[in-house]
Design a binder for this molecule. Structure first.
Ligand SMILES: NC(=O)c1ccc[n+]([C@@H]2O[C@H](COP(=O)([O-])OP(=O)(O)OC[C@H]3O[C@@H](n4cnc5c(N)ncnc54)[C@H](OP(=O)(O)O)[C@@H]3O)[C@@H](O)[C@H]2O)c1
Length: 382
């Protein structure tokens, strides 16, 4: 029985993870969950999976939790609660499905205990990839990607020697504005930006996908996960999202992992790696699909992609600034306080104003994250 701590249990990845647990109830159990504020959904999960520990993000959710009815459930609160669960509970795998840099500290805490972390929370690696690498060197721990692109690369690398890897190509759907002329970008509304063509995801990653910030984050994530240089990382736009990513080897062979878009496969693979368990989902039928298409990304219309590559190459504290400014800019856009095109401008400005430091510790990254958030909020959160 694999004991799972699922942080971010009511979100898009959280509920897909729930489906994987439901499919193999004899192999997986859920020991702890976290939600920000969706208490009703959390109570359903507690009832169905006999969950014994929960952390909630907000004071309201904490006060709303029916403690009398659930006296056997241990209740935690806030960022501290997430950390405490990762540090103290008895679990085998942390599934980190939190959104944003709040996921970084629990990832580090689990790795420090030598645990396996199935990571959807790419922000962990964006903000603190260098710190995470040091923690893993010192304490062990295993990091397995849930992102479909990185899961694809992991699957392509099975049985291969790292010295034979020439490059990795991360595919991108291109998002809803793939073909939108640049003079239309200033008119993009929250509603259109929230309509992703191929994946149903939480609001923050949906916006990040539309700006290609998400793809840039994935390059930083791949750099840390597979210890590969930015020169060896490529992006190709592939609107059908059938090829999830590819690896080119030094003999010219290209391995690609394909399938219909479905996050349950990479989630379940991370839980059972290196084994596979059956999933009876609809199968890929290439003849029915007919054709797959590929394009170069347009770096001019999607400046966030280059911002990520520059921040990733700079390393140190710069990616933490990139991420924090983006989190606040996306929040301001979703709250209709800034225009869509301001997201890239705000992130670019925050990175330019920042004086890079070497990434030394979790505490330092968290402090840079907080400082950037308050600077951006102060300036743009009118
Ligand atoms: N969705 C995808 O298909 C996909 C694919 C690849 C990677 N990812 C990555 O996976 C992560 C999660 O994405 P998502 O789309 O699943 O996000 P989401 O739908 O917005 O879900 C986020 C989850 O985290 C919980 N949460 C947020 N802040 C919290 C806090 N402070 N304390 C406790 N719980 C908190 C939310 O609770 P509430 O329900 O109460 O708000 C929710 O359960 C992101 O890093 C994303 O980039 C997602």
């Amino acid at each position: 029985m694999i004991k799972i701590l699922l942080l971010g249990s009511t979100g898009s990845i959280g509920t897909s993870t729930e489906n994987c647990i439901r499919r193999y109830r004899d192999q997986f159990s859920l020991v702890g969950i976290s939600v920000n504020r969706r208490i009703e959904s959390a109570l359903n999960q507690i009832n169905e999976f006999s969950v014994s520990h929960i952390s909630v993000g907000t004071d309201d959710a904490y006060n709303q939790f029916p403690r009398d009815q659930y006296s056997s459930v241990t209740l935690y609160k806030g960022d501290e609660g997430l950390l405490q669960m990762a540090e103290e509970l008895d679990y085998d795998v942390l599934v980190n499905a939190l959104v944003g840099s709040v996921g970084f500290a629990p990832t580090v805490a689990a790795l420090k205990r030598g645990k396996k972390v199935a990571l959807a929370n790419k922000e962990s690696l964006v903000v603190g990839g260098e710190v995470i690498a040091r923690v893993m060197k010192e304490f062990g721990g295993t990091l397995l990607p849930i992102d479909s692109e990185h899961s694809a690369i992991l699957q392509c690398l099975n049985g291969e020697e790292s010295k034979t890897i020439e490059s990795m190509t991360v595919t991108a759907s291109g998002g809803p504005f793939r073909e939108l002329p640049s003079d239309q970008f200033s008119k993009i509304s929250v509603e259109t930006a929230l309509k992703h063509p191929t994946w149903a995801m939480g609001p923050k990653i949906t916006i990040d996908s539309s700006t290609l910030m998400n793809k840039g984050f994935e390059l930083i994530e791949a750099h840390h996960l597979f210890d590969i240089s930015f020169d060896q990382l490529k992006v190709v736009v592939h609107p059908q999202s059938i090829i999830h990513s590819m690896v080119t080897f030094t003999d010219g062979a290209v391995m690609a992992q394909c399938g219909l878009p479905d996050m349950e496969l990479p989630i379940q693979y991370a839980l059972t790696y290196p084994k596979r368990l059956p999933i009876t989902s609809p199968r890929l039928d290439l003849a029915t699909l007919g054709s797959l298409t590929f394009f170069e990304p347009d770096y001019n219309r999607f400046p966030c992609l280059n911002l990520c590559i520059e921040a990733g190459r700079a390393g140190g504290t710069v990616p933490a600034v990139l991420n924090a400014s983006n989190e606040i800019a996306v929040e301001l856009f979703l709250n209709r306080k800034i225009a869509y095109v301001d997201i890239a401008k705000i992130v670019s400005e925050a990175c330019e104003l920042h004086t890079r430091q070497d990434a030394l510790s979790l505490e330092q990254i968290i402090s840079v994250d907080r400082e950037t958030r308050s600077l951006v909020r102060e300036k743009y959160g009118r």
